[in-house]
Design a protein around this ligand. Structure first.
Ligand code: X90
Length: 277
């Protein structure tokens, strides 16, 4: 029985070390150019172009066909998607799963709607890998994924929500904050998988303090943390240091966001996925 993990590119993962893995890219259209969010994308260059671009830009999720191709020849697939409340990804994956199972009787696909994105998706993918390596059954892993998901959270600190607002991904009240210089929006993925603003702060220092106190409030007690940043390594490192001071045993990993998350989180944005107790 061979296992495979497939995730859309909003997980910010290009590969996985020990289990068969494929990232299925979303696409980002900026004026007449379309960027495919795969290993060939130069994220820094795209972010730079976006920074200067004044016209319309948007994103698109993979088609069911693209998902099916990624499932390959696996007997058991764990398919991890971005929140179904902000993207058609999960819906396309569910159609793909049904087609795949019909075309290959006996094979199975478990679609996980993470109601989140970025580093929280990565936490889940890595956990599934751990369980596969530990020899757990497909059925067992399906059950455990849902339990694990209820213990992980996603928070974010954004300097701009222009792209989220222009693409109708935040509520209009939040969208009015667009472009306020020096303002940081601290928020979380809500239980419905939408953006929920928790506070507005002026400057990075205050935003990080807010973030830390909300992490605690949401149940963080020193578990695993993944920080994905869009061109903002200094801020990610400050957060890592602050967390290590408070939780010396915490396992914290920093990584750069790939295309989709960089498009929406924008320059300076941080996404933080973490485990609660
Ligand atoms: O289908 C598509 O075109 C993709 C649309 C994705 C829209 C939202 C992406 C958000 C990326 C921004 C901050 C974190 C938000 C967390 C909410 C669950 C990252």
């Amino acid at each position: 029985m061979n296992f495979k993990i497939v995730a859309d590119s909003s997980a910010d993962m290009l590969s996985l070390s020990q289990v068969d893995f494929t990232s299925v890219p979303l696409k980002i259209t900026v004026g007449d150019d379309t960027y495919v969010d795969d290993e060939n994308l130069n994220v820094a260059e795209m972010v730079d172009v976006l920074d200067r671009f004044k016209g319309r830009s948007c994103t698109a999720c993979p088609s069911p066909q693209e998902w099916v191709e990624a499932f390959g020849e696996a007997d058991r697939v764990f398919c991890v998607t971005i929140t179904s409340n902000l993207s058609g990804c999960c819906n396309a994956a569910k159609i793909a799963a049904r087609d795949y199972e019909n075309q290959h009787p006996g094979r199975k696909v478990f679609v996980v709607d993470t109601l989140s994105t970025g580093p929280e998706m990565q936490l889940i993918v890595e956990k599934i890998q751990e369980w596969i390596l530990a020899g757990k059954s497909y059925e067992m892993i399906c059950v455990e994924i849902m339990a694990y998901l209820s213990k992980t959270r996603l928070m974010f600190v954004l300097q701009s929500i222009k792209n989220l607002a222009n693409n109708g991904r935040v509520n209009p009240a939040l969208a009015t904050l667009v472009g306020l210089l020096g303002i940081r929006i601290v928020g979380r993925a809500s239980d419905q998988g939408t953006l929920q603003q928790l506070s507005k702060s002026r400057g990075d220092k205050k935003a990080l303090a807010e973030l830390l106190s909300y992490m605690k409030e949401l149940g963080y007690q020193g578990g695993r943390v993944l920080i994905h940043h869009c061109e903002n390594l200094p801020c990610a490192e400050n957060l890592k240091k602050a967390l290590e001071d408070l939780y010396p045993k915490a396992q914290i990993v920093i990584d750069a966001a790939r295309g989709l998350c960089s498009f929406y989180a924008e320059k300076g944005g941080l996404l933080i996925g973490f485990e609660t107790a």
